[in-house]
Design a protein around this ligand. Sequence first.
Ligand SMILES: *Cc1c(COP(=O)(O)O)cnc(C)c1O
Length: 832
Amino acid sequence: MDARFKSRDIERRSLDVDGLKRSFLEWLVYSVGKDARAATRRDWFHSVALAVRDRVVDRWMDTTRSYYQEDAKRVYYLSLEFLIGRLLTNSLSNLGIMDECRQALDRLGLSMDDVVDAEPDAALGNGGLGRLAACFLDSMASQGLPGYGYGIRYEFGLFEQRFENGWQVEYPEQWLQFGNPWEFARPEVLYPVQFYGRVEEFRDSVGERAYRWVDADRVLAMAYDTPVVGYGGETINTLRLWSARATRDFNFGHFNDGAYMKAVEQKILSENLSRVLYPNDATETGKELRLKQEYFFTSASLQDILRRYLQHHSSFENLPNKAAIQLNDTHPAIGIAELMRLLVDQHALRWDDAWDITRATFAYTNHTLLPEALEAWPVRMIERVLPRHMQIIYEINAKFLNRTKARADGDNARLSRLSLIDERGERRVRMGNLAFLGSHKVNGVSALHTELMKQTVFADFHQEFPDRINNKTNGITPRRWLKQANPALSELITTRIGEGWNSDLSQIAALREKADDVVFREEFRRAKRKNKKRLAAYIARQTGEEVLVDSIFDVQVKRMHEYKRQLLNVLHTIALYNEMRDNPTVSWVPVTKVFAGKAAPSYHMAKLIIKLINDVAKVVNHDPSVHDNLKVVLLPNYNVTAAEIIIPAADLSEQISTAGMEASGTGNMKLALNGALTIGTLDGANVEIREHVGADNIFIFGMTADEVNDLRASGGFNPREVIASNPSLKRALDMISTGAFSPDDRNRYHPIVQALTDGGDHFLVTADFADYCRAQDAAMQLYRDSEEWTRKAILNTANMGWFSSDRTVNEYAQEIWDVHPVKPSHDGEGFR
Ligand SMILES: *Cc1c(COP(=O)(O)O)cnc(C)c1O
């Protein structure tokens, strides 16, 4: 008998307003357990989310079944981070039932916005890397690609940021506190993951040397699945996140000793593995728990991938034709040793065969060139935590170096750079080298970044394997970042060019000719103004500050990091403040500086920069001599939800990292797509954004990556000389250093001033200051000509089509994964 229901029989699949309304009520009463009169907004959110989830489930099963029936090649995206944000609007929008839902809520006397706002923001990531993974999930599902996300179901996501006296204070982010209506717990999908113990050598049945990992501690990885709704609701993919569960087997030694509680304590502690996301962005701290998290989710994912493969196949030689595994940075790179272990130790493959399969299956994305951010685990730690993996890594290394040595004619320095082991100081495993060696393709995330990879971190590997490195410039999903976040602009766009851009963003190029249409320009401005009003209200709610909607919204939103140079922006803010005070009769273009971003809790300099922004804001915003001409706001707790409010309202997008240091950036893409003009350096994807939007429609300033490189190679520069020759820079720095913004603690900013002067100004803030101010002036002058500004803003939106993550994911699919779209067969009615 066919166990599947027929769609029309099931009320909970109905997509019309009445059916939705009945479902909301039914869920409220029978699952949330509340009467409509007593229900809170959160109760309604849960009811609505569960009702929406119902409408996804059978298409989800259809999709999974289609992949299975076609034995399609799947891509597995392994990422320690998924910065997803809220899912309600996303699901409704991709299903095409936003209006129906709004009306159904209306009939219940509820506001859609209130219900939407009751959803916590799923912040299982730090910043760009985790958001990229989330955009890729949306794009894979929207293109019908058989893609799975694998990660960790952190109980606590990225910390909540608050400001107390202007200082960042971190609070736990309890996104699961009231339950998560989107996920399905899979208590039966459970894999053991081992740590510690030792390796035993033995002879296998044919007398070959073999190894087993014994006396290890065990934790179980339990799956939670979240459906990933593609645009149009045709394909529903799966994000599988692992949660740590204690094993049921007790240490009977303890038990017999009467140390029952001690045994139970150990069990409880093992579940800490998936408790909390590490809040560091770009720098690693080398903590054992982090290594265990990386191995935990990687091992569980690989076991799951092999189980799925073995449903159809009895030997492993076809694995690379059925599974592509993408490593999002080196965090899951231990998977290379783990797959070798599973194939060789558990499935008795020969080493060389296992290595060929492993390399053909894995591909690796590099996200940073910053040396302090390249993962390198102490050999002693891996030996202790993952003893069998350490042996495997040594074996991979020995075979590789032996082969290389034959051709390297005694260049030992080169061999030691290629080695998986860094022998300088405490011996460490270079995870980037392991990822490179164990992958058939290695990619950077922008054209510049990929070139720099070839010249710097992977120069020797690139010589050795010249076809392995390739570029895949990042992208963003236009569904979340234009359609959902900016209904005003997206509806306007659709009136002119139809809605094809939602699934094919290259079509947005049709807007180019509208840049010269005065009526369209007026409507474009109206949409921007609406978004600016929304942001102004948000700013007032969050900070109490009133900002002028008609000022330039000059926006820098991203993690706080010295290389991203929020300090450069702050110095310009102070210089502008001084100019305005000096020239009160000039008619200034009013400016609102909007900052947002979290600092890693242990990154003292970044936290001091936060305090400085808040201190500058306090002085500037309360100085009547600049009137409304200048406001400075630092919004707390930057996350995806905040980004969705801030980005559509931006006029000017600050992308001002030291050239050569930002791998790609994706915030730059979101802002340009939403009609902000970029002020930026030739760094990361800014280079390609300039090529697409045109050099006339972007404000480029500062040193190039080559110039930065030459300057550093020539022994740097003397920031004191630069400062002395630029009176406005000198004055701004003097104010900071003499306590003009910190009268309560005049020495507070000594470390900042020190870093910019005697510290040598590693990030070249002072070196780029003058040219940055020139570019800022040009932007302010242009803003006076609102027709011309709008024309350029439209050209930005119209020329950003290439930066859709659909394009990025298609490139991965064709050039790295070799996976193809699968059309699920649905027996029910469609969504649109
Ligand atoms: C896009 C995004 C980022 C990345 O921003 P960059 O400017 O590329 O560093 C970080 N955090 C959130 C919440 C984002 O949405």
